[in-house]
Design a protein around this ligand. Sequence first.
Ligand SMILES: C[S@@+](CC[C@H](N)C(=O)[O-])C[C@H]1O[C@@H](n2cnc3c(N)ncnc32)[C@H](O)[C@@H]1O
Length: 313
Amino acid sequence: MSNLDKNYHIPVLPEEVINYLALKNKGFYIDGTIGFGGHANRILSIDKSINLLGIDRDAEAIGYTDSFLKKYKSRVTLIQGEFGSMKNYVNNLGWASVDGILLDVGISSFQIDNAMRGFSFDRNGPLDMRMNRNQRLTASELINTITEKMLTTIFRDYGEVRNAKKLARAILVEREKQPWERTIDLANFIKKINHEPLQKYSKTVAKCFQALRIAVNDELGQLKQGLHSAIDLLSKGGRILVISFHSLEDRIVKEMFRYEALSCECPPKLPVCRCDKMVRLKVLTKRPITSSPEELSYNKRSSSAKLRVAERI
Ligand SMILES: C[S@@+](CC[C@H](N)C(=O)[O-])C[C@H]1O[C@@H](n2cnc3c(N)ncnc32)[C@H](O)[C@@H]1O
């Protein structure tokens, strides 16, 4: 692996993750977004007795991590798949329960940097955006087949784009002339519609690309499914840690943790509790944990990271 690739192993919030995981001797752990193995490497090197299941949708990430973590081979299982399906993988491994689960969601620097993956709005590449390249739906297929209403909803809901409807309409009118195939063409077109200089960074373009990426990979659906599965799998005292990079994901985590920590869901007017609501989590982070100034000084990517942690009770 070249020096350049070494950057891809720098995990965000590394100390905080280790502290909150509170690794148990001979414990069973899942890294649901193993990426380039930054967190996994730390976890495996700190406790020599634990077993780790590492999951990632991206075959390239799994390939790199397989060789990066080879010295821990006997304690690591790597699967190319979705963390939303973690229950199946755990069943296949024959694990009874799990002591800790880490989800460090979103995309990796490797995926952004590689123009051919189509995630980046300032690198010329195919409008792909699939984390799992075995998946059929690409960003270009989505944008070339979707209705105006759906594209507006994607831009508005996943990107919080202000002029979502105007942009969606213009993009669909343009596709009548030629289907959308390249990242740069779409990025420049959005700038043109917004009367922005082509050479300059545009927040709207960034938001539109984020929205398309979330839709192509069903990222919010995966997060909800992953959280449900994680809570089901955790043993008593086991912990779930989620690092997210934008407000939509953080809200999902916050709300699910809050709901699972709630002892009653009866309407407030009822004099006595009639629900059988089970409390499954204790929230350990009232506010999300963010990066220290020290971490920000060497890892800019960590600036928007938010970590929330809960414990199974
Ligand atoms: C921020 S990176 C993770 C970095 C990693 N924790 C490390 O320390 O190197 C996010 C990774 O999650 C993967 N990913 C995103 N959603 C996923 C999902 N639903 N299932 C499995 N992997 C997913 C992406 O392919 C990417 O490799």
